[in-house]
Design a protein around this ligand. Structure first.
Ligand code: HEM
Length: 110
């Protein structure tokens, strides 16, 4: 559900990669913006990236195995979110060596 990272090292600088991981909501990758959707049925707000869509429905992807098809006529409101789905804290859950290795790995993905 996130962007394809297989050649990320050729399109992003080390600084951009670091920022994307340490401050994931600081910028959004086009096509992977998160939306907050309210349906007419419930007051619960659903968050996700928009997947396939046609004139009848949109698909909201809120996790690796969580896709929801929402008929357009059931959508009460839809607005861009300021928070990404990219998890925060990757830099603090890894050791400094692991984090350095991860950044080096991403930079080498060309
Ligand atoms: C080791 C794990 C991960 C790494 C190293 C990683 C790395 C990255 C990087 C470098 C970007 C920016 C890409 C760009 O600038 O073009 C990004 C964006 C994104 N990632 Fe991750 N990611 C990881 C895990 C995840 C997971 C588990 C999710 C979802 C549950 C996720 C969702 C996203 C989304 C939606 C974006 C695009 C929106 C944004 O820029 O915030 N990532 N990720």
């Amino acid at each position: 559900m996130g962007p394809d990272l297989t050649s990320i090292g050729s399109i992003r600088s080390g600084h951009d990669l670091l920022e994307a991981i340490v401050f994931p909501s600081a910028s959004f990758v086009p096509g992977h913006e998160v939306y907050r959707v309210k349906t007419k049925k419930s007051s619960e707000i659903l968050s996700g990236v928009i997947g396939e869509q046609d004139s009848d429905a949109i698909t909201l992807i809120s996790g690796p195995n969580a896709e929801l098809r929402l008929p357009r006529d059931q959508i009460a409101s839809m607005e861009p979110s300021t928070v990404t789905l990219m998890p925060e804290g990757l830099d603090t859950s890894l050791t400094q060596q692991e984090f350095t290795d991860l950044l080096a790995f991403l930079q080498a993905e060309r």
